[in-house]
Design a binder for this molecule. Sequence first.
Ligand code: SAJ
Length: 453
Amino acid sequence: MEASVINENLLALSNLKQSIESKKAKLAVIGLGYVGLPVACMFSDAGFDVLGVEIIQERVNKINQGISPIEGKEPGLAELLAKVVNNNKLKATTQYDALTTRDVILIDVETPVDENNIPRYEALRSALNSLAPHLKQHALVIVESTIAPGTMREVVQPILEEKSGKRVNIDFFLGNCPERVMPGKLLSNLCSLSRVVGGNTPQTAETMISLYQHIVQADLDPTDCVTAEIVKTAENAYRDVQIAFANELALICQALDSDVWRVRELVNKSPGRNVHLPGAGVGGHCIPKDPWLLAYGVKDKHVPLHLIPVARHINDHMPIEVAKLLKHALATCKKNLQGSRILVLGYAYLENSDDDRNSPTKTLVDYLQKENAEVIVHDPFISQYKGHVIHLAENAHAVVLMVAHSEYLTIDLERLRTALRLPIFIDGRGVFAHHPLDEEEWIYRCLGKGNNE
Ligand code: SAJ
C-alpha cells in the first residue's frame, strides 16, 4: 500500500478516535437483544448519540417508548433505558438506511449452532448485507457477537467489502470485541468485566479502546481479531470441560458408593484445584454453543479435537443420568417409568433465572415422555410452569429436582411426601447433598452419591 494511502488511513482513524474521545462520534448498535440493548443504553448514558437497529418492530416500538423488552430481572436496565430514551440519546429503528450517518457500528446479533453443531450465521450475514450499502466512509464496524475463529476474515470482511465496494483499513475499519455478559447481571458485567479488543490493525484496536473506555471500568486488552475470536470461545469451552470433569467424577463416585459433593470439597483444598459443580446438565446461550464455535474454527485444519466434543457429550448426557437414578428408584418400588407420573422441578437453565435456552430439563422431559411417563413441570420463573409445588405433587410417583431455584431449598418436605404416591426424591443438583432426606421417610437419590442402586 502506498505511503500516501497509509497516511490517509491513519489520519482518518485518528480523526475518528478524536471524535470518539469527544463523544461527537455517532454510534449504532445492530441487534437490540440481551447484549445490544444494554450496550446501546450504556453508550447513550455515557453521552453518545446512539441509533439502535432492530428487525422486530414490536421491540423497536417498546424501546422508543422507553420500555425494556427484556424479561427477567436485569437490575437498572429498565430505568436506564427510560432515561436515555427520554433524553433523546437513544432511538431505535428497523431501517438500515439510517446508518449512513454512523461513525461506529456495533453488531450484536445471535450466532447459534445447529443440530450438527455448525454455526448458523444467517442473522450475522443479514446484518452485514443490510449495513454494507449504507456504510459511511471511514466508519468503524465492531462485531460483539461470539463467532468462530476465522469468521472476521472469512465472513465479515468479505461481505462488507463486496457489498459496500469499500476496502477494509482504507475506506472502513473493522474489529471484534466479544461481549462478556450473563443474564441477570448485564449492566454490571458490561462495566466490570475486562474486554478483549481485537482490531484488524493495531491502530484500529487502539481506536476501539478509546470507545470502550467510556463504559468499561476494567482491562481493555488490545489484540488481533482471530485472538479475540479464540479467547471468547475458549473461555466458555474451558468452563464446559471443567463442568464435564465434575460430572464424570460424579458418575465415578456414584459407582463407588462415595459422595462427589464431599470429594470435590476435599479435592479443592489442594492448591490450584477447582472441581466445578456436577449437575443435571449444562444449558444456556453460551456454554453449550461456544465450544462448537471454537471447534469450527479449525474445521479444515486437521486438528484432532477430542476433549471439547467429548465434554459436550458428557454434559448433554447428564439429564439421562438423572433419569437413570429415577428409573432405579422406581424399580425399588416395583414401578416402571411407563405409566408413572413424575413432577420435575425447574425448567430454566440456571437457578433463579427465567432463561430456558438449551434447558437440560427439556432433554429429561423428552426422554421421560418417550418412556411413556406422565410429566408435570414446575418452574417459579417461567409463566407456563408456575404453580404450587405441593398441589402439583398430588399423586405423583416421584419428584426430580433439575434446577436449584431458591424456592426448592425451603420446600415443605413433610407436605411434599404426603402428597406423593411414592416417597421418591431425585436430586439432580445436590441441593440436599449435605442434608440428605431422612432415609426412613424417603427414597432419596442424589447425583454423584452412592447407594443409588
Ligand atoms: N453449570 C454446572 N456446573 C457448574 C457451573 C454451571 O452444571 O459448575 C451449569 C449451569 O447449571 C447452567 C450451565 O452450566 O445450566 C451454564 O451455567 P453458567 O454459570 O456458565 O452460566 P452462563 O451460561 O450464563 O455462562 C455465563 C458465561 N458468561 C459469558 O459468556 C460472558 C460464562 O463465560 C461465565 O463463566 C458464566 O456466565 C459465569 O461465570 O456465571
